[in-house]
Design a protein around this ligand. Sequence first.
Ligand code: SF4
Length: 350
Amino acid sequence: MEPFSQKIIAWYLKNKRDLPWRTTQNPYFIWLSEIILQQTRVDQGMAYYLKFVKEFPAVAHLAKADNEKVMKLWQGLGYYSRARNLHTTAKLIMTDYNGVFPDDYAEIRKLKGIGDYTAAAIASFAYNKPHAVVDGNVYRVLARVFGVNTPIDSANGKKEFATLAFELLDKKKPAIHNQAIMEFGALHCKPINPDCNYCPLQTMCIAFEKKIVSELPVKSKKTKVRKRFFNYIVFSYKNQTIINKRITKDIWTSLYDFPLFETETELTEAEFLQSKEWKAFIKKMPYKITEVSKPFKHVLSHQLIIARFWEIKCEKPLKEIAIKNALVIQEKNIHHYAIPRLIDNYLLQK
Ligand code: SF4
């Protein structure tokens, strides 16, 4: 198995990107970068990583931070439970581990928000321990080079790929081996248009030989996308508006948005005005509709949100509309709060 590791490391040393989390062995920085980069492109994640490192240069700073501040810094990255877990784990490292990140894979794996992949990344990158990382890039490279067609999202597939990744791992150089295979998947053996013609692994690549590169890796399940229709109410009275803290177990927990009701379909203005949800919001408040936005589409991993913003000018102070968990704020202050990207997009076009 040696040639695989040697070839991939040689490729990496010539082609790797210069990324700040690659020049450190500090487990806190590595952990931060890995959590930020999950489901996020490197160019987008970089700005967040630099902001977090500047604001919280050590795990103790992150642990002490106010949760609202952490959420605000995370704003726009999505998957907000990652930010909450990051904060919880930072506090736990201070209380249960004397502020020192554990160096043992099993201990790292126990921490909230850290799965097999992240634990292997921290154990290998920070402590050079022989644990193989298996992320989307690794699945793709291994499936193609070794012609594995077991679905990567099946229990058998996960086991098979984890075993293969560990067998291939250069146990003396786990950090660089892991970095190399991930970087190779990200830059060279890409999902679409991999550069097979100039590939150091071409002679050993089964997918290339059998002309099945575009068929690998195999996934068994298609992600079901749930369509949701959000009707946001943007109340206004004398430059004030109402925002709502999301506390339910749904998307964007702990973030702020406008009062909202959800419907099965997109509403016409007549349907909106007749709906019991709207009547429950407005009660006896005198008002007029000043604007109805175009539908804003917002794509999440398993959901498609179609949101319309109903701008309502009230004729009495907003505190008379009693909404649970809502705050009456100056409109210009909304950016002091952590808000989902969808709300940001709406505010940007106003
Ligand atoms: S030959 Fe093509 S499919 Fe095979 S490893 Fe190289 S880039 Fe990937």
